[in-house]
Design a protein around this ligand. Structure first.
Ligand code: SAM
Ligand code: SF4
Ligand code: SF4
Length: 340
């Protein structure tokens, strides 16, 4: 429970914070990256490491226990290990992790682990070089695979491989990804393709459901359910019956978990966002740079959280079930600025 019992309007605590450290990315993933419509954040608006650490310490005072660094591609941010070491020293923080496309992880994993990073989630949607190129519009598969090994050697643990599955694109790669992860000791997590942002032309038919993914894996590698340690965690994890590690699915579309969503997001330019599908935000950088004291910033975060009512994924499922869902009907912030 948060120290001062901070709860949103639907009774949800604020326990985890995703910090986007940059909106820049060296990939152009088809399901994420708006190619034309996106205006990059002006560099002067990007929070410094000191500003991020100050805000993060205030979030921790309000009950945040887990911080994940993300982006854009977080490893594009120069000297990220310096931010990691500042955050790792925050009293009360229990978990510090990173989500990355891993193309630069081979150069950075040792530095990050020594700075206090605990674990890493790597996005990898195919181990077929041509498919990887089609999905990311880049040719970095061998760097990603090398980055994963370096992370394991550096002691980051567990290493989770996250794969977004899009029907007709990489649904034929599910078992290859399972085998790749099993043989290297990584945990594989499949993510249902979502209607993030405004430009990925999402239609529900392209989404491969948790049930389909599990049936496919289970037919080849039988799975056993694991008790959920944390009911607010988005992924439902399974263990391979033959002892070959773990697999999971993040079923944001077919089994939304808004009711247990304890996650706040901080954009690279210092805006607090209360939902992955939000179209509005609370400008904390403005307060910071106007010289606000800690109490004023704490009040601002507190009142934003207390008014939070977001439950987009549940509403989307309700609309899909009643035939009323219209993709693109709601304007949202872009994933690349929010950090997934
Ligand atoms: N660049 C880093 C990476 O790719 O891991 C971090 C940022 S990325 C926005 C965070 C996560 O969002 C990635 O795992 C990515 O696969 C996921 N993501 C992006 N677009 C998505 C979509 N349309 N549906 C589901 N997941 C998506
Ligand atoms: Fe970049 Fe990650 Fe988005 Fe791919 S998913 S374009 S790597 S931010
Ligand atoms: Fe949380 Fe919004 Fe996702 Fe629901 S849709 S789980 S409220 S981020």
């Amino acid at each position: 429970m948060a120290p001062d019992g901070l709860k949103d309007a639907l009774g949800r605590e604020m326990k985890d914070l995703r910090i986007s450290v940059t909106d820049r990315c060296n990939f152009r993933c088809r399901y994420c990256m708006p190619l034309e419509q996106y205006e990059w954040i002006d560099r002067r608006q990007i929070l410094s490491f000191e500003e991020i650490t100050r805000l993060a310490s205030l979030f921790v005072r309000l009950g945040v226990e887990e911080i994940r660094l993300t982006g854009g591609e977080p490893l594009m941010r120069h000297g990220l290990e310096n931010l990691v070491s500042q955050l790792a020293g925050l009293e009360g923080l229990k978990d510090l992790s990173l989500t990355t496309n891993a193309s630069l992880l081979g150069q950075k994993a040792g530095l990050l682990a020594r700075a206090g990073l605990q674990r890493v989630n790597v996005s990898l949607d195919s181990i077929n070089p041509q498919k990887f190129r089609d999905m990311t519009r880049r040719d970095y598969l061998s760097d990603v695979i090398a980055g994963l090994s370096t992370a394991a050697e550096a002691g980051l643990n567990p290493i989770k491989v996250n794969s977004v599955i899009e029907r007709g694109i990489n649904d034929g790669d599910i078992l290859d990804l399972v085998e790749f992860s099993r043989s290297n000791g990584y945990w594989i997590r499949f993510i249902e393709y979502m209607d993030v942002g405004n430009s990925n032309n999402w239609i529900s038919e392209r989404m491969v459901s948790k049930q389909e993914i599990l049936e496919l894996i289970n037919a080849r590698y039988p799975l056993e359910t694991i008790e959920r340690a944390d009911p607010s965690a988005p992924a439902v994890d399974y263990r391979f019956a033959d002892g070959g590690g773990k697999a999971g699915v993040i079923a944001s579309v077919t089994e939304p978990f808004c009711r247990g969503c304890t996650r706040a997001r901080l954009t690279a330019d210092g805006k607090l966002v209360l939902c992955l599908f939000a179209d509005d935000s609370h400008d904390l950088k403005k307060l910071l740079r106007a010289g606000a004291g800690d109490d004023d910033i704490l009040d601002s975060i507190r009142s934003a959280w207390e008014s939070r009512r977001n439950r987009y994924s549940e509403e989307r499922l309700e609309a899909m079930n009643s035939g009323a869902y219209e993709p693109g009907s709601r304007r949202k912030l872009e994933m690349i600025s929010l950090g997934g």
